[in-house]
Design a binder for this molecule. Structure first.
Ligand SMILES: [Zn+2]
Length: 121
C-alpha cells in the first residue's frame, strides 16, 4: 500500500464513521419528532374525548355502549378526585397527635383519642 492509498483508506474510514454518526443523529432527531407528534396526537385525542363527553352530557352517543362505559369511568374518577381534594382541604385544618398519631383539629389543646396534651406549633 503506498502513501496515497493509506490516505484514501483513512479518508474512507473517516467518512464512513462520519456518515454513521450523521445517520445516528438523524435517527435520534426522527425519534424525537415522532415522540413530539405522538404527544400532540394524544392531546388531540384527549380534546376529541372531552368534546364527545360534553356532547354525551347533552344526550349524544346514548346508544353506544363503548362510549357509555368510558364516560362512566370518567365520572367515577372525577368523583374520586373531588373526594380526595376535599380530604386534602380537610386535612389542612388538622394535625397529628405526637403520642398516638390520631388526626386532631388544629385548635384543640388535647388529643380526643388518647388525651395527650397537644402543643400548638
Ligand atoms: Zn393521641
Amino acid at each position: 500500500m503506498n502513501f496515497d492509498n493509506i490516505l484514501n483508506k483513512a479518508k474512507d474510514v473517516f467518512e464512513t464513521a462520519y456518515k454513521k454518526a450523521d445517520g445516528a443523529i438523524s435517527v435520534q432527531k426522527q425519534k424525537f419528532d415522532i415522540a413530539g407528534l405522538e404527544n400532540k396526537l394524544s392531546k388531540d385525542y384527549e380534546a376529541l374525548g372531552k368534546l364527545c363527553f360534553e356532547e354525551m352530557q347533552k344526550g349524544a352517543f346514548a346508544d353506544n355502549q363503548n362510549f357509555l362505559s368510558v364516560a362512566e369511568e370518567i365520572k367515577i374518577k372525577t368523583a374520586q378526585i373531588e373526594e380526595l381534594q376535599a380530604e386534602v382541604l380537610k386535612a389542612k385544618n388538622k394535625k397529628r397527635c405526637a403520642k398516638c398519631g390520631a388526626a386532631i383539629e388544629k385548635g384543640s389543646a388535647f388529643c380526643n383519642v388518647c388525651g395527650e396534651s397537644v402543643n400548638e406549633e
